[in-house]
Write a protein that binds this ligand. Sequence first.
Ligand SMILES: [Zn+2]
Ligand SMILES: [Zn+2]
Length: 444
Amino acid sequence: MMKAGIVMVACMASTQCMAENRGVQPAVPLREVDRDIDAVRPKLITWRRDIHSHPELSGQEVRTSKLVADHLRALGLEVTTDVGGHGVVGLLRGGRPGKVVALRADMDALPVKEATGLPFASTVTAPYMDDRAPVMHACGHDGHTAILMGVAEVLVRRKASIPGTVKFIFQPAEEGVSDPRAADAKIGAAAMIAQGVLERPKVDAIFGLHIMPMIPTGTVGYRSGPLLGSADAFEIKIQGKATHGGIPWRGIDPIVTSAKVVLDLQTIVSRQLDISKEPAVITVGSFHGGNRGNIIPESVTMLGTLRTFDDAMRADAKQRIVTVTESVANAHGAKGEVHFAAPGVSVTSNDAALTERMIPALRLATNGKAVVTPKISGTEDFSEFQKVVPGVYVFLGAPPKGKTTETAAANHSPLFDFDEDAMPVGVRTLTTLALDYLASPSAK
Ligand SMILES: [Zn+2]
Ligand SMILES: [Zn+2]
């Protein structure tokens, strides 16, 4: 979870800042864009609260995607629905030739029981696994959806002067499938890409943002290279041989063996990986075996997660998890098996050249409040888009009113909320990134 340590970039309307910003020539003067953002501001709040009080789990985004598609159609965009599930794609063809820039928002909510007490708090439940679960927008995707709807409305007014095409990608199922037992299925960004969302017309660059209460409102956090981690869920089974708890020599104890496996897995990060390059985390969060104190059980099952910020370290760590498990189990006469849930989530890594190129635009959009942010060991399937096209993902600061960056509830908490004043900043950020990317000479 992200805490302090954000380095402010010294660019607060200083001479240096203005010099840095001089190279940025958006296709539309920001003053005019700001007028349109002001006009759309009340709608942002209306959309956000409507979506917030009607949250939908991953793969169930029927109402949200209809709201989005209706809005994009009303704006006169070319709209495609049901892309990779309930995904919606809107195409805004500018009046002048140029490249294609994509902007992405995710639309899904989480199985969390809301405890914010907000007047528009969710009371919704929905099918989840074999039961029903309370549903809440506990990650700010309601805000992301409203922001991108707002960006579409702002940009469509400038259609004639836009040099290129803007593709609006409203993505379902970012948080993963509602039923973890179907985790191997292609979902979210991967499902949209498989259905050609980055083709027809071919996308040249993609931008996205995530609401982040640990950064001040009005501020955008960026980072070149790894920003969010990879995630690989794994299941380990240690097969022993059941026996009486008083005569362990007649069997093979999977509990003691598994305890050794848990401890030795921790040495992968602390003794084997080069953590001066990137950090990594291995956690075993579930340990199940046996049902009585005087019976040594047949087997133990453990569940865990691997987080890294580097593809090579990720592959290496996965191999080491298998090696440690099998070797420790063998040493105790047991059998160890590791199963990784495919395909996992890749590192969200911002293209270095594109990040560098967009920093002045980020500063311009935030009046200099663009900060370098620490990496976070959460995950984002925005990484799927970045595997295909250069992409930059940023954090939108938004601690709720009355809270600070320290006291605000984290994403996925039942108390999660954000400052709605951050939404116009988000609109300005994505609008500026799109216009600046399309307007810069190398984009022609
Ligand atoms: Zn989330
Ligand atoms: Zn999220």
